[in-house]
Design a protein around this ligand. Sequence first.
Ligand SMILES: Nc1ncnc2c1ncn2[C@@H]1O[C@@H]2COP(=O)(O)O[C@H]2[C@H]1O
Length: 449
Amino acid sequence: MSTFDSLIADLTRDMQRVQPKDALQFCANWFQSRLEEQRARTRDILSQRSNHLNVSQELYADAHSSGKRSTSPFTPPLSTPTAIHRSPMRASIANSPFGALNVPGNALLQAAVPNPTFRMGPQEQPPTSPLSSTLSPFNRFDTITPAEIDPNDLLHPPNSAIFQRRTSVSAESIDVDAYPDAVPPVFPKTPEQVEKIRDIVRKLFIFRGLAEDQEKAVLDAMQERFIKKGDILIRQGDVGDAFYVIQSGKLHVFIKDDRPPAGEVHPVLGRKVAECPAGSSVGELALLYGHPRAASALAMEDSHLWSLDRMTFRTIVLKLAHRRRMMYEGFLSGVELLSSLDAQQRSKIADALNREVYQAGTTVVVEGDPGQDKFFLIEDGEAIVTQQNKEINRLKKGDYFGELSLLHEKPRAASVVAKSKLVVAALDAAAFRRLLGPLKDLMEEKYRH
Ligand SMILES: Nc1ncnc2c1ncn2[C@@H]1O[C@@H]2COP(=O)(O)O[C@H]2[C@H]1O
């Protein structure tokens, strides 16, 4: 199947699944998200190539973590920080507020940073998109000879200005599938091991919607890890190199920040924000967003894990995340509660949303229920809010419910029943606190008058 045919087949499948009301907008968003996804993958591939050219971890060091020695059992130790500053380009990267995002070719490289150049491999083809124009300086791929390569310039390989532009539907594209480096690794496993990992992966939200071949690639690429009680698997501020699934054992997650310590506090790692028991996962945020690690994860018991490398995670999981983002983009921009958030914050919410459908008459939230596990935004349909079986409110598209018990950690204050078929976008408690915490006052305000 040609690239074009497979794109159209993918689009058709997604259209049939989502059945959007505005088909044209859906298609525009769909192509936009594919383009962004492809750019992200290309950046990863190019940065990985730099690694092949002996680019060390320092390239990814950021202002928050440079100079700090990682104690993660899986992170190779950083070499001397001076190595980072061998070229002006590297110095500016090490000091950048974007930190880990500054991989070669990253769209966030600042204007002051000279454009890196790109050299195609022997089997690679230049972009052939009909949208490319020879008039545009962005469409040029520099052809440089090996003699021109400064072996000390670790940032040499990737051009190009195209990555410094924001993606737009009219931008040219590069067929990253042509890169042999993009093939995910395969770590042999017994059928029992595969079965165990599959059981966990299928229950994880982040992998929801994986196609069969994607699931196989994820399972193949998982690498077995054992850590001891007391090991720090993830250290806040480090570069995200892997995502972890926990088969057995337990980890706790801690954040060190300016907030006054409350609850359980680790003397070095800060306040405890989450627990990761067997069957859960940890370490997705840095890989999804290219940020430094947002928290530290400490083994509370000897633990048996499976790790997924950054590259495979981004190649496969980001695809799902982008589709989800695209599905929710239009809807979230119309939700009043979220109007003070910027597009990037809304995208993060979209990444964490999970669609649920309730038939008319179904009770979604039960008054008095102590389980505060979800927050809901109404995507479509109507709901009735009742207290002691008396209607007290009606909710429609764009409205939300389930926030009070999450905010106050109290039982549900009312019941919510689907009046018609109700489509909701649900956010679990951890994502709600992380993403909507800043809107706490706004949500509480609603009930003050
Ligand atoms: N409240 C939280 N804030 C940030 N990270 C969290 C939180 N709870 C759990 N985590 C996990 O801790 C991980 C630390 O590494 P990452 O930032 O890659 O991804 C993070 C999440 O998987």
